[in-house]
Design a protein around this ligand. Structure first.
Ligand SMILES: [Zn+2]
Length: 250
């Protein structure tokens, strides 16, 4: 079955992971059930804490269950404002109605650390190279990296970036989130690393690490960069006219 058919006529899913980033469980309601064979099933809910694959962030995994039914959720997909959960039935046969959900928190928290550290890396490279960086891509699975436009910085610049990032991590800077219009976005974040990759929307979610420039981002972030522990730059690779910085967190 096509995903576009599954989401047809559905209201947008309430994206709990944007507001309650540290929620590990939630209560929702299954609105649509589409089985694919006997065990595999697509589920649409009214709300979700499952972050779908997108923006360099891999899908959350976990479980959705109701009385005597349980589905192992292997991926969540974002289709026109609706999150579609796909998984394999472990017991029973899930149906429309109230449901309990739980994500694989260890996996998600690891991505939150890596993602927030990526923003910190953007900031440090911007400060040390003296010009705003432009991100082209990012990936949070192994090996984790951020891609940037242009020629790579020197080895000593990268060394300084790592040192600077860890200095900031040791000071426990808070990460603040707010909503803003497109006009407001251009005013407060004209040099954001991803500004040229953003779709035009009514409102943007702005993420600001204390001491850094604000950036629009719909990913999942830590509340405080102290939780990163330590950022390590692993290597740098040139890709055509761009470059990737591979890094990891503690
Ligand atoms: Zn982000």
């Amino acid at each position: 079955m096509k995903l576009s058919d599954i989401v047809k006529g559905m209201d947008k899913t309430e994206l709990l992971y944007l507001k309650e980033t540290y929620a590990k469980t939630f209560q929702g309601r299954v609105l649509r059930v589409e089985f694919e064979g006997k065990k595999n099933v697509y589920l649409v809910l009214d709300k979700t804490i499952f972050h779908p694959k997108g923006g360099g962030q891999p899908t959350d995994k976990g479980h959705l269950s109701e009385q005597n039914c349980e589905v192992n959720i292997k991926k969540a997909l974002y289709v026109g404002g609706v999150v579609v959960h796909w998984g394999r039935t472990l017991q029973g046969r899930i149906s429309e109605g109230p449901v309990f959900g739980e994500i694989d928190w260890k996996r998600r928290y690891w991505y939150m650390k890596r993602h927030t550290a990526g923003h910190l890396l953007d900031h440090c490279l911007t400060v040390l190279t003296g010009k705003p960086v432009e991100t082209t891509e990012s990936w949070l699975e192994n090996p984790c990296y951020v891609g940037y436009a242009g020629s790579p910085p020197s080895a000593s610049c990268l060394e300084s970036a790592e040192e600077m990032a860890n200095e900031m991590i040791s000071k426990d800077a808070a990460v603040n989130i707010e909503s803003i219009s497109y006009k407001g976005l251009l005013e407060i974040a004209p040099d954001a690393p991803n500004i040229y990759r953003l779709p035009v929307l009514e409102t943007y979610r702005i993420v600001t690490i204390e001491g850094c420039n604000p950036i629009p981002c719909a990913g999942t972030h830590l509340k405080n960069i102290g939780e990163i522990g330590r950022l390590t730059i692993k290597k740098i690779e040139t890709h055509g006219s761009d470059f990737r910085v591979y890094y990891d967190v503690q």
